[in-house]
Design a binder for this molecule. Structure first.
Ligand SMILES: Cc1cc2nc3c(=O)[nH]c(=O)nc-3n(C[C@H](O)[C@H](O)[C@H](O)COP(=O)(O)OP(=O)(O)OC[C@H]3O[C@@H](n4cnc5c(N)ncnc54)[C@H](O)[C@@H]3O)c2cc1C
Length: 412
């Protein structure tokens, strides 16, 4: 008889959600959630926000309590990294951890997330050159921030900018170094990028664009400055490198699954071997129209995990959720709904200099996404329109005299 149990490898946002959704869907199969970290699954977003400032405790980060897993008969195994995996012809398999424990399974979910991309330049191993992905990283960064005077953030993405805002609020000298010609280039339109550059500069950070890091200098152990590609040096006693994520795809590769900058999944969470599902930051979504899209966000991890759980339970239903994201930088709350890639027009609603405005993305006249900065109502309206298939008139959305919700045209 095939092994009845479901094994979920990676115990974080996506993995915990696969387990919870299996139970919510009525599955009574044995469920084991195995994770390399020594903690119960927790939220990462506060690591660059409230937890970094010391306003959130470690316990408050937990996604669910120990009682939840016990009450729902979910076996959580922490501190165990799966290093080997084999799948038999009948769909059952065995995973083995570094410490030698093995887990048989009849259904498999890969929710292995990723690890921060490292710089390979000289001096990258000096003390004070840090990354931010887990609680231990955040504790290290928090401690280093206390003592630091000159902080350099390498990478003008969300995590780097959030940490830069925290460092600036603590009174540190902050320099953000970005290799591209604008901040947040992968995620937002130039108008939003320009706003964030100006907003960070207004708060006292220096933002250096079009410059790469060629090395770190130190006193033998501790970093003291960052050497940039334009020949300049920036003093630093703390460097946060936030240049993206390398997805954990090793186990998928061992199983011979298709990997393209992530474990490729379809809209039902199936990998190239339909017996194996994957969800969250370790995946790339095959959109079915020739594109492979990577989204690293809580919203995506949760939505994909729900879908993957349905597939594991034998009732696959394609992902229908509208992508959403948020970022808190100083007193600026950015909320994004939809995907702006492929837009042909953007309309700015409101005055960016007031620090409360939104950027609406259109393709062929139809709304596809919004970046709302301190504008939660605009975010809610666009999200609703995207969810319900309604529309917004491109030629009128810039008129702040009319509430966006009054411009909403519901689908027939
Ligand atoms: C500092 C920070 C701030 C963020 N802020 C936001 C935000 O504001 N908004 C937002 O939407 N998103 C934010 N994110 C992104 C969000 O946290 C991620 O998208 C989300 O955590 C993805 O969840 P996941 O479960 O797919 O992957 P992860 O959270 O990376 O979890 C994967 C887990 O799998 C474990 N694992 C990997 N390989 C193995 C193995 N072989 N065996 C056992 N265990 C393994 C890892 O140790 C890890 O615990 C932020 C992320 C960070 C780091």
């Amino acid at each position: 008889m095939p092994h009845p149990g479901i094994l979920i490898i990676g115990a974080s946002q996506a993995g915990a959600q696969v387990a919870a959704s299996l139970r919510e869907g009525g599955s009574t199969a044995p469920v084991t959630l195995v994770g390399a970290e020594p903690r119960l699954p927790y939220q990462r977003p506060p690591l660059s926000k409230a937890f970094l400032t010391g306003r959130a405790t470690e316990e408050s980060l937990l996604l669910r309590s120990a009682d939840y897993y016990r009450d729902h008969d979910i076996d959580v195994v922490t501190g165990e990294r799966v290093t080997d995996i084999a799948l038999d012809a009948d769909g059952t398999g065995t995973a083995t951890t570094r410490s030698g424990r093995s887990f048989g399974f009849g259904g498999l979910a890969l929710t292995t997330g990723g690890t921060p991309r490292r710089l390979t330049v000289p001096g990258a191993g000096l003390d004070g050159v840090l990354h931010l992905r887990d609680i231990d990283d955040a504790l290290r960064l928090r401690g280093a921030l206390d003592a630091a005077r000159n902080v350099v953030v390498v990478g003008g993405g969300f995590i780097g900018l959030e940490a830069a805002a925290v460092a600036r609020a603590l009174g540190k000298e902050v320099v953000v170094v970005e290799a591209l010609d604008r901040l947040l280039a992968r995620a937002v339109a130039p108008v939003t990028s320009d706003f964030y550059r100006a907003a960070h500069e207004r708060r006292g950070a220096r933002v250096l664009l079009d410059r790469g890091v060629v090395g770190f200098e130190g006193d033998g152990t501790q970093v003291t400055s960052v050497a940039l590609s334009d020949g300049s040096d920036v003093p630093a006693d703390l460097v946060l490198v936030g240049i993206g994520l390398v997805p954990h795809t090793e186990l998928a590769e061992r199983l011979g699954l298709r990997v393209e900058a992530g474990i490729v999944v379809d809209a039902c969470g199936r990998t190239s071997d339909p017996r194996v599902v994957a969800a969250g930051d370790c995946t790339s979504l095959d959109t079915g129209d020739g594109r492979v899209v990577r989204i690293e966000s809580v919203g995506n991890a949760v939505a994909q995990a729900r879908v993957a759980a349905g597939t594991l339970a034998g009732s696959p239903a394609p992902l229908a959720a509208v992508p959403w994201f948020w970022s808190d930088q100083a007193d600026l709350k950015l909320q994004i709904a939809g995907l702006g890639t492929g837009h042909d027009t953007v309309v700015v609603r409101g005055d960016a200099s007031s620090e409360s405005f939104s950027v609406l993305y259109f393709r062929e006249g139809g709304i596809i996404a919004v970046d709302a900065v301190n504008a939660p109502r605009d975010y809610m309206v666009v999200k609703r329109v995207l969810e319900t298939g309604g529309s917004l008139p491109l030629d009128r959305v810039g008129d702040t005299g009319t509430a966006l919700k009054d411009l909403m045209v519901r689908s027939a």
